[in-house]
Every structure is written in structure tokens, then in C-alpha cells.
Design a protein around this ligand. Structure first.
Ligand code: CA
Length: 222
């Protein structure tokens, strides 16, 4: 899951980025509000963590602006302990959730997963298609009663396809899901991951749509 983190405090920002990466997120970190709204508008992120007190453009303005432009990416706002009016204003401006600093990383991760789930209309914790089930909290994949050995990028790829079950994702969209900044992505990276994944999944799980991309059908005939 690719996350945009907007935080101008160096210590907090680097701590959050490291912590979220450890929790299995891909994280891009920006330090001011202009960069945040710019990056948000790319649509490359499943969810965003936004500090409200940001230089160059206030966090609240960022939310108001991107929402006015129709962007629906879930946004979690970080606020100071005593800033109740900020939280209310943030939610009213179009934020989806908030956390008070100092942030507990496990709680932050769980809230981000919940926001992504809701944004994709997934009420359950696990993403399930046929006998296949992916648990985003435990980072596990099972087929029936068997646990599959799927980790790293292969896991992220499967997660993206299951989250969008029923929709074709292009190679470029999958790259955006899988890689944050600073990663050289070879032109056949996605094909290679799909190839390895297919050897571990029930046959026919991932369908290739020639010239377009890949899809996992909601009602996979596995
Ligand atoms: Ca700040």
C-alpha cells in the first residue's frame, strides 16, 4: 500500500516513514503543503497522512483544495494534543480520520488499513476471492486451509489486485502501487512478479488482459 506522508518535522517524519515501512507500507515523504497537494493530485496514493501545520501551504488548505478538485483519496490528519478545533475543522474540510501526536504506529497502521478498506467498499478485514484470502493486518495469504508463501512485492501486487478485484490494473498502475520514490523499476518488473505469483496461487487466479494489464475477477472460477 502506497502512502503519502506530509510532515515538516524531520525527526517525526523520518520516524513515521521508517515505522510505516516496517509495517509494510510504501511511503513517500513530503515536508510542505504545496508538495503534498501536488503529490496527492497524481492519484498514486491509496491513503495520505497529513500534518496540519505545514509550511508553504497549510494542511487544512491542502484538504480543502484537493477535495474541491474531486480527489477522493482518504486523508488521515495528525494534530497536536490540545487542538480539538483543528480536528473538527480538518474533518469538516474533508479529512477522513485523525490521530493525536504522539502517534502509536500500530494504531496508525490499523487506521490506514481501515481507511483504504472503506474507500474500496470492503467491509471485511480480509480480502477474499474464491478460496483465496489475504489478511492485510497479519500480512498473510491463505488458499483454503493452506498458508501460501507470498511476501514482499508479490504480496503487494496480490493486495493491489484483490483490493481492485473486478477491475483491470495496468502495469503502470501496479508499479505505482508497488514502488515508492527512489526505486529503479525495471520495465518487466511487474511481469516477473506476476510470473512468480502465479506459480503459488490457484491456477487462473490472475488473468492477463492483453495490451491492458491484469485482473482478478470477483467471482474467480478457481
Ligand atoms: Ca508541523
Amino acid at each position: 500500500m502506497r502512502v503519502l506522508l506530509a510532515e515538516d518535522d524531520d525527526l517525526l517524519g523520518s520516524g513515521l516513514r521508517a515505522g510505516l515501512r516496517q509495517q509494510g507500507f510504501q511511503v513517500d515523504w513530503v515536508r510542505d503543503g504545496l508538495a503534498a497537494s501536488c503529490e496527492l493530485r497524481t492519484g498514486n496514493y491509496l491513503v495520505a497522512v497529513l500534518d496540519l501545520g505545514l509550511p508553504r501551504q497549510d494542511g487544512m488548505d491542502v484538504i480543502t483544495q484537493v477535495r474541491a478538485q474531486g480527489l477522493r483519496t482518504p486523508i488521515l490528519v495528525l494534530t497536536a494534543r490540545d487542538a480539538v478545533p483543528d480536528r473538527i475543522a480538518g474533518l469538516d474540510a474533508g479529512a477522513d480520520d485523525y490521530l493525536v501526536k504522539p502517534v502509536d504506529l500500530h494504531e496508525l497502521s490499523a487506521r490506514l488499513r481501515a481507511l483504504v478498506r472503506r474507500a474500496h467498499g470492503q467491509p471485511q478485514l480480509c480480502l477474499t476471492v474464491g478460496p483465496l484470502s489475504l489478511d492485510p493486518a497479519a500480512h498473510t495469504v491463505t488458499a483454503g486451509d493452506q498458508t501460501l508463501d507470498i511476501m514482499g512485492r508479490e504480496y503487494d501486487l496480490l493486495h493491489a489486485l484483490l483490493l481492485n478485484a473486478g477491475r483491470v490494473l495496468s502495469r503502470q498502475q501496479l508499479e505505482q502501487h508497488l514502488y515508492d520514490w527512489g526505486h529503479e523499476v525495471s520495465s518487466n518488473a511487474i511481469e516477473v512478479h506476476v510470473h512468480h505469483l502465479r506459480r503459488k496461487l490457484p491456477p487462473g487466479t490472475i488473468e492477463t488482459v492483453r495490451g491492458v494489464g491484469y485482473i482478478i475477477h470477483r467471482q474467480a472460477a478457481l
